[in-house]
Design a protein around this ligand. Structure first.
Ligand SMILES: N[C@@H](CCC(=O)N[C@@H](CS)C(=O)NCC(=O)O)C(=O)O
Length: 315
């Protein structure tokens, strides 16, 4: 890894090694493509100080029930329950009519299996914007011609149609949604943390390329080094188990990729990404509790098959 791609971590506490936790990286999924209906969480009304006009319910029911004191940000920590039972629409194909584009509706065009689109979908859910941002899933294998003509000339997902404009690029979109829509804040005010968020967004490319290198048989050390960087990043702030301490857009940016890489590395390369990486193990565990995220997960078997097709399924 080149020095320019390295992150300037300063671990706040030394890492202790732990046993590998294979089960913790086998992300469970709500997804059976035929029934994309996420389970509803227990209905819970947050204290008024935590309520957002747009977010139906996003706080931690357990903490609240126990009467613990927690800030609005702390309520976002890991158990961000959406309280929204969303029936996901079928993906549009080459024979589907286009939606009435630029009619004032805000639409998020995604593919159910695209990790880039998933970032934006998670952000929308975390901010409780299910009613404000309509999901429009596209079947990329049988893409409607109108998508390129009317929505995104780049013909990729995700795209966000908002205020008569179409915006693209997942990292830009998650920031755009954070800045332009209501809902709980997904970025801390602390400038040090914001700067680190930018570093972690920049590292994303190196991270994925390194892991794909291992997928392609260029050596297990590539993925190991990439996950070591994440472990160090997760050690930087000690006010929570997430990249910036508390849950943020950075966790959202990484989650779809870790969700895919962990199981593939375990099954095909026999590499357990949580082995000796306790911070990563607890990050995964915490993310598992975040309904706004788990509702967006693809069927792990479907993802595994896709990756095996692309990179091969044997050692
Ligand atoms: N850099 C883009 C990448 C988006 C992307 O590559 N999307 C893929 C699906 S995962 C896509 O639309 N591919 C269709 C194509 O390339 O034709 C982002 O972050 O939004």
């Amino acid at each position: 890894m080149s020095s320019s791609s390295k992150l300037s971590f300063t671990a706040s506490s030394p890492l202790t090694s732990s046993k590998g936790l294979p089960s913790s990286i086998a992300f469970t999924s709500h997804k059976n493509p035929s029934t994309r209906i996420p389970a509803r969480s227990a209905v819970f009304t947050p204290p008024s100080s935590l309520q957002s006009r747009a977010a139906p319910c996003f706080c931690n029911p357990v903490s609240a029930r126990k009467g613990r004191t927690f800030s609005a940000r702390a309520s976002l920590s890991a158990t961000m329950a959406t309280g929204v039972k969303e029936v996901l629409p079928p993906a549009l194909t080459s024979t589907s009519d286009p939606p009435p584009v630029f009619d004032g509706t805000t639409r998020l065009y995604i593919s159910y299996t695209c990790p880039f689109a998933q970032r934006v979908w998670i952000t929308r859910n975390c901010k409780g914007l299910q009613d404000q941002i309509k999901l429009v899933p596209i079947d990329l294998q049988d893409r409607p011609a109108w998508y390129k003509e009317k929505v995104n000339p780049g013909n990729k997902v995700p795209s966000l149609e908002h205020n008569n404009e179409v915006k693209v690029e997942s990292l830009d979109l998650i920031k755009y949604i954070e800045e332009n829509f209501e809902g709980p804040s997904l970025l801390p005010d602390d400038p040090v943390k914001r700067e680190f968020a930018e570093e972690l967004y920049s590292y994303m490319d190196t991270f994925t390329k390194s892991v794909f290198g291992t997928f392609r048989g260029e050596g297990d050390d590539k993925a190991a080094a990439a996950f070591d960087e994440l472990e160090k990043a997760l050690s930087k702030f000690d006010d929570g188990p997430f990249f910036l301490g508390q849950f943020s857009l950075v966790d959202i940016a990484y989650a779809p990729f870790i969700e895919r890489f962990g199981p593939y590395l375990l099954e095909v390369k026999k590499i357990n990404i949580t082995e000796g990486r306790p911070k990563l193990a607890s990050w995964i565990e915490e993310m598992e509790k975040n309904e706004a995220y788990t509702q967006t997960r693809s069927d792990p078997k479907e993802l595994m098959e896709k990756y095996k097709k692309r990179f091969g399924g044997s050692l």
